[in-house]
Design a protein around this ligand. Sequence first.
Ligand SMILES: [Zn+2]
Length: 394
Amino acid sequence: MPGFRDLLGDAKQRIREIDPAAAEARRGDAVFLDVREQDEYEQGIIPDTLFIPRGHLEAQIENRIPDKDRPIVVYCAAGIRSVFAADTLQELGYTDVASLTGGFGRWKNEGRDWVTPAVLNPEQRTRYHRHLLLPEIGEAGQQRLLESKVLLLGAGGLGSPAALYLAAAGVGTLGIVDMDVVDSSNLQRQVLHNVDRIGERKVDSAKKTLTDLNPDVDVVTYDVRLGADNILDIIDGYDVVVDGTDNFPTRYLLNDASLLKRIPVVHGSIFRFEGQVTVFRPYDGPCYRCLLPEPPPPELAPSCAEAGVLGVLPGIIGSIQALEAIKLLLDLGDPLVGRLLAYDALEETFRTFKVRRDPTCPTCGPDAAPIVIAEYDDLCLPHAVLADGTTTDH
Ligand SMILES: [Zn+2]
């Protein structure tokens, strides 16, 4: 029966060890992976560390580092657990793994860079308990949400459920752009607002509701009309934009600005009993103009003010948008990139359509001219047109 020393010796034969100086040289290029326990992690880490306790390594690593050729430096406290972790990573197919000799202890003793990581306080541990139970999120994922910034275009039908759920989930900064005031006809679906807020700025009403729901969230309000003159400044620094606008000019404007800034957009739209969601990740999947290169003529575009919508529908579509935003923030699962999800409330069906990048796209195609941020005439149509020219509303 082999003992611990034999197991360690065998594992060392199979893996590569590097000292702190060699590891230091790989910062910026390699992922530093901390496999210690929570209490050790809280005491101090190498900056920009990915934290997966050894006991969760096999279950979580492929979600957290999908690219198996990505260089990884594994460390623990003294360089023992990291040997076994490196061995496991190699068994899982990771090709460039090294274990840090002497671990964090030696790193620190040599006077190298380290920081105390931000950790959740006891109230946050309780509030986000159901997230912490998911190994795919855990404390590091929750911390990441708290550090994330999502911009919502519109505090209306789609923006309301999206903002409520993003705030509840603990997305630390929510920006909200809306220039309208709360009207009684909004309350049929815009659940951020209530009768006491009629006549108030929607952004102020939204901020009150969201801050009451979760004081961890910093709500940044933009009581302005989004235009060519301000969009680049407003979206700058956000990780994801959730688009709940209902008109072409803003969608084109947002599309072009998000490509320039390389910020993913979770697009949603609703019309009568139907809704659509897709994710535009710049230069990865299609953009809005790949789906709809030009706005349709005004006679085919119904006015948004007149279009009816079933009250519950935006709750479903806006909630899916919030979910997609969280997936993007946490690198979870498969986002709706290159896929358009269409929901029909009357049939109670979801259908997914493949949508592709258009090689002749005027903004994201290989031969596209430099992007110019410009205003468009006022047009209104709720749904995108699919790449084959058909619309999904019938
Ligand atoms: Zn495109």
